[in-house]
Design a protein around this ligand. Structure first.
Ligand SMILES: Cc1cc2nc3c(=O)[nH]c(=O)nc-3n(C[C@H](O)[C@H](O)[C@H](O)COP(=O)(O)OP(=O)(O)OC[C@H]3O[C@@H](n4cnc5c(N)ncnc54)[C@H](O)[C@@H]3O)c2cc1C
Ligand code: SF4
Length: 429
């Protein structure tokens, strides 16, 4: 009898502990949602889950599998509490035991433009192919698969007298895989990348981020099975693939225009012009970094992303922008010994930024490690100085480097100019 009592008491204690813990976690999820709303970060970038509140019983299965910690339980139901972190894995949908989750593009307020493509990855413009995230579907594996499959379709286009069979634009997972397939099939290819590094979106993941990726088939390499892999290791693997296969990549060459010509295309970039039978656009959706458009911007000390803060030790650096990447860059630079960091933003306040970044910036500002110039614009970049227009008038600062974090120009207008048709999705599959 006593044993029964002891067992019952232990059971009640365990249930109470579990309920309390659940309550605490759910309160934390609600707070995260509140913070995201306050920061204006409620729109997911692209593909994301929509939860049916009638079917959802708050089992938490989706929350537990989400690798980006984008979901939480609020008021007993699964909720996208950290929408801007969702990358559309779909792991949540697969994990839901009640089929309460659907993946959709865009939201009622923010439509997402998805190009119309055939199952062979050809757009409505014959000979213009689209693979990877630009076509709507993200994920490393899907992008790589599509790159390889698109080249299979490119091969079928014969005829014409062109120096190239295909120009591939972008060297993320889709472009890399397409380049390898082009090599395997002995196509005359040109692989362009606007940046000076390969890997596309993966290169820009936060340091040490674990990427999750299902097995993928790469031409010339075979089946690659990573599972969970650190970003740095994945990039190392791809660099090894390039070295081993001799895949040629034209870095720092940005696509500007594609014009139809004689059954093929003329591809204009920032450096050259190529005549080709087909074009494969594997440009992702991040776009091209927005420039300031001021005199002196073309010098090498101006860059559009921070790679290694340590390289700026002892230097006077101007960071331009008001989003999370600008704040993160300024704070990271301020932690390096001897840097003098100024953050210039044209608006009067930082609006859509994560609370933790705002807090870190304020701390660095209070400690005198960063000078923040709100309501300021860059007027000119000179060899050892920058000229800014501020609310107090013109200001000249000593300067060794400028890091512009002013967002990207989305690829949609460029593609529309090529004649590619889009469908705008407002929260539909
Ligand atoms: C933070 C984050 C975490 C993620 N985590 C995962 C994960 O764990 N697992 C997973 O499977 N997926 C993950 N993803 C998604 C995955 O990274 C992308 O779906 C994938 O990289 C898409 O590959 P892509 O080749 O289509 O495009 P991208 O990787 O975006 O590459 C496109 C390339 O084209 C170049 N380019 C663009 N415009 C031009 C131009 N005009 N001229 C020349 N070059 C140009 C770009 O510089 C870029 O290098 C994550 C995404 C993000 C943002
Ligand atoms: S789609 Fe992926 S990242 Fe988005 S909530 Fe679901 S599991 Fe998380």
């Amino acid at each position: 009898m006593v044993w029964l009592f002891v067992y019952a008491a232990a059971l009640i204690a365990a249930v109470a502990w579990y309920a309390l813990r659940r309550q605490r976690i759910h309160a934390q999820h609600a707070a995260e949602l509140q913070q995201a709303v306050a920061a204006g970060l409620v729109e997911p970038p692209s593909l994301h889950p929509v939860i049916d509140p009638v079917l959802c019983i708050g089992s938490s299965s989706c929350v537990q599998v989400c690798p980006e910690e984008a979901l939480g339980i609020v008021n007993g139901k699964a909720t996208l509490t950290n929408a801007s972190a969702c990358i559309g894995h779909g792991a949540c949908m697969a994990a839901c035991p009640f089929d309460a989750i659907q993946l959709v593009f865009g939201t009622e307020r923010r439509g997402i433009d998805i190009p119309e493509i055939t199952p062979e990855f050809e757009s409505n413009v014959p000979g213009l192919f689209i693979a990877g995230e630009l076509g709507g579907m993200g994920l490393i594996r899907k992008a790589a698969e599509q790159g390889r499959q698109a080249i299979a379709a490119v091969r079928k286009r014969k005829g014409g007298d062109f120096p190239y069979d295909v120009v591939i634009v972008g060297c993320g997972p889709a472009g890399l895989s397409a380049g390898l397939a082009a090599m395997e099939h002995q196509l005359r290819y040109k692989l362009l990348e606007q940046e000076d590094s390969l890997g596309g979106a993966v290169f820009h993941y936060p340091r040490n981020k674990i990427a999750m990726t299902a097995p993928v088939e790469l031409a010339l390499i075979g089946k690659v099975n990573f599972g969970e892999v650190q970003k740095e290791k994945l990039l190392e693997f791809w660099q090894g693939v390039v070295a081993k296969t001799g895949l040629k990549i034209a870095f720092r060459e940005c696509l500007q225009e594609v014009l139809p010509e004689g059954g093929g295309f003329v591809v204009r970039t920032t450096r050259h012009e190529y005549r080709t039978r087909s074009v494969l656009l594997a440009m992702g959706r991040r776009g091209t970094p927005r420039k300031l458009g001021v005199p002196g911007e073309e010098v090498p000390k101006v860059v559009y992303r921070l790679i290694d803060p340590a390289q700026y030790q002892g230097q006077a650096v101007l960071v331009v922008g008001g989003g999370d990447s600008a704040l993160e860059a300024a704070v990271a630079l301020a932690e390096e010994p001897g840097t003098t960091v100024t953050l210039s933003y044209r608006s009067e306040a930082f609006s859509r930024v994560k609370p933790k970044n705002r807090q870190r910036l304020e701390q660095a500002q209070q400690a005198g490690r960063i000078q923040v110039l709100l309501g300021s614009t860059v007027q000119a970049i000179e060899d050892r100085r920058v000229v800014l227009q501020t609310t107090q008038g013109e200001l000249t600062l000593r300067n060794d480097a400028v890091i512009v974090c002013a967002g990207g120009l989305l690829p949609t207008p460029l593609l529309q100019k090529m004649g590619i048709r889009f469908e705008t999705k407002y929260g539909t599959v």
